[in-house]
Design a protein around this ligand. Structure first.
Ligand code: AMP
Ligand code: MG
Length: 421
C-alpha cells in the first residue's frame, strides 16, 4: 500500500522559542498582578506565645514592659557611681551584693563599690561596673586601673525596647527569636491569623500512588507529597485532596470538595490547553479562569482561577515546573491570602561555577547549590528531572534578557530556605 502524501509539520528553527503572536507576561508583571489583587482571607484567633512560632500576627504588638525593665549589670564585677579617672583607683567595698533576681536593698554610698553579678538590677548609687577580671580585692577594698567611663558595663533601662513601643507588626510571621522578644516584654498570648488551608490535588490518568503496582504507562504521583510538604514547611495547613484521573466529572466533584475544605487549591497537571487538560477547561467553563502565559522557564502554563469562590492555582504537571511555579508565584500569593505581607525571597549574588548561554525573552530558574562559595547548577535542565530538584539547594535566577554566563560571573542564587522551605 502506498503511503499517503503527507508531510510532518515543518520544524521551527528553534522549537523551544516562544510561540509567535502570543504575548508572554514577564514574571515581574505577573507577580505585581498577584500582589495587587490578593488580600487576606483568614480570620484571627489568640494563641499562647509558646505555640506561636510560624504563625502570622493579626495585630501590631506593643511592649507591656521595657527591656531591660531596670538598669542592670552586663558583667560580673563591682559597681559604683560615675566615671573613674585615669590611673590606679582604690575604693572601699560595701557589704552585700546584687545578683540576678536578688537585688541589693539600699543605697551604695558615694565613692564605695558593691559586688554585682551579671543581670543584677543596679542598686541606687550604682551606674558603672568594673569587670571582676580587672580588679584586685583585698582588705575590704577593690583596686583597678582607670579610666572607666560612666555607664561602662551597665545596661540602661529600655535600651533595647521601651514600654509601649511597637515591636512587631501585623503580618509578621513569628520566628523563634520573636518568641524571645515577645516573652521579654511581657506578652504571653498573641493574636494570630487562622492558618491558611491549602488543598493539594494531583491530576492525570497516568498517576498511581507510590507503593502501588505500576501498569504500563503509569507513573507514581511525585508532585503531591512534594507540594504537601512544601505547604507545611511554608507554615500553611496542607489538605490532601488525593489524585484524580483526567475525567472532568470526577475532577469537578473533587474541586467542589476541596473548595468546601480549604481556602485555596493547588492542582498539578492538566493546566495547559490540550485535550486532557481538564483543570483549565473546568475553570474556563466556570468563567473564572485566567491562563497565565508567563515568560518563565520552567513553568508555563499556569492556570489561575476561582472555583466556588476559592482561588485555584493550576500548576504544571512537570515536577520541576510545579516546584518552581509554587516557589515563585504560589508562595507569595499564599502569603498574602494568609495575612502575611508580600514576600520577596532573599537572593545572593555569587560567582558561577558553570557556563550558560541564555536567550532573551523569559526568566529562567535553574536548580542550583553553592559549593566552595560558587554556584553550581544541575547538569540537565529537563523539567522532568526530579533528581535535580533533590540535588539542588535553591534556584539560580537568570534575568529576562539575554546572558552569556561564564565561570566566575556573578549570578543570583536563592536558597530554598529563602522561600520558607
Ligand atoms: P501535564 O501538565 O498534565 O501535561 O503533565 C506534564 C508532565 O508532568 C507529564 O509528563 C505528566 O506525566 C507529568 N506529571 C503530571 N503530574 C505529575 C505528578 N503528580 N507526579 C509526577 N509527574 C507528573
Ligand atoms: Mg496530565
Amino acid at each position: 500500500m502506498s503511503k499517503p502524501n503527507i508531510a510532518p509539520p515543518p520544524l521551527s528553527n528553534d522549537c523551544f522559542a516562544l510561540p509567535a503572536g502570543v504575548s508572554w507576561t514577564p514574571v515581574d508583571d505577573a507577580l505585581a498582578l498577584l500582589q495587587d489583587r490578593l488580600t487576606g482571607v483568614t480570620g484571627s484567633e489568640t494563641t499562647p506565645v509558646s505555640d506561636s512560632e510560624g504563625r502570622i500576627l493579626a495585630e501590631d504588638i506593643q511592649a507591656l514592659r521595657s527591656n531591660p525593665p531596670q538598669p542592670n549589670s552586663a558583667v560580673d564585677g563591682y559597681g559604683f557611681s560615675g566615671a573613674a579617672p585615669e590611673g590606679p583607683q582604690v575604693m572601699p567595698l560595701q557589704d552585700g551584693r546584687a545578683a540576678a533576681g536578688m537585688p541589693f536593698e539600699g543605697r551604695v554610698a558615694s565613692g564605695h563599690a558593691l559586688r554585682v553579678l551579671t543581670g543584677a538590677a543596679l542598686p541606687e548609687g550604682v551606674d558603672t561596673v568594673v569587670l571582676e577580671e580587672d580588679v584586685t580585692v583585698k582588705d575590704g577594698h577593690i583596686a583597678f586601673h582607670g579610666p572607666l567611663r560612666k555607664g561602662a558595663n551597665a545596661r540602661r533601662a529600655g535600651e533595647d525596647v521601651n514600654e509601649g513601643d511597637t515591636v512587631l507588626d501585623a503580618g509578621r510571621r513569628l520566628t523563634p527569636a520573636d518568641l524571645a522578644l515577645l516573652s521579654a516584654i511581657g506578652i504571653a498570648e498573641v493574636p494570630v491569623r487562622r492558618k491558611l488551608r491549602v488543598a493539594v490535588l494531583s491530576t492525570g490518568d497516568e498517576l498511581i500512588e507510590a507503593g502501588d503496582i505500576a501498569g504500563p504507562g503509569q507513573i507514581f504521583d511525585a508532585n503531591r507529597p512534594m507540594l504537601l510538604s512544601m505547604i507545611g514547611k511554608m507554615g500553611f495547613e496542607a489538605v490532601d485532596l488525593g489524585r484524580v484521573p483526567d475525567v472532568r466529572a470526577i475532577l469537578k466533584d473533587r474541586l467542589d470538595l476541596a473548595a468546601g475544605q480549604s481556602d485555596v487549591i493547588l492542582t498539578s497537571g492538566g493546566a495547559s490547553a490540550g485535550d486532557e487538560d481538564h483543570v483549565s477547561a473546568l475553570l474556563k467553563q466556570a468563567g473564572a479562569m485566567q491562563e497565565w502565559r508567563i515568560a518563565l522557564k520552567p513553568g508555563r502554563p499556569l492556570a489561575l482561577g476561582m472555583w466556588k469562590e476559592t482561588p485555584v492555582f493550576g500548576l504544571p504537571g512537570n515536577p520541576v515546573a510545579a516546584l518552581v511555579c509554587t516557589l515563585i508565584f504560589a508562595r507569595p500569593a499564599l502569603g498574602l491570602l494568609a495575612g502575611e505581607g508580600w514576600s520577596t525571597p532573599q537572593g545572593f549574588d555569587l560567582p558561577a561555577a558553570f557556563e550558560k548561554h541564555k536567550k532573551p525573552g523569559r526568566r529562567e530558574y535553574l536548580r542550583g547549590r553553592v559549593r566552595g562559595g560558587r554556584v553550581e547548577v544541575f547538569a540537565s535542565e529537563g523539567s522532568g528531572r526530579i533528581s535535580g530538584l533533590s540535588w539542588a539547594e535553591g534556584l539560580v535566577e537568570i534575568e529576562d534578557g539575554a546572558r552569556h554566563i561564564q565561570p566566575g560571573d556573578m549570578v543570583r542564587f536563592i536558597p530554598y530556605g529563602s522561600f520558607g522551605l
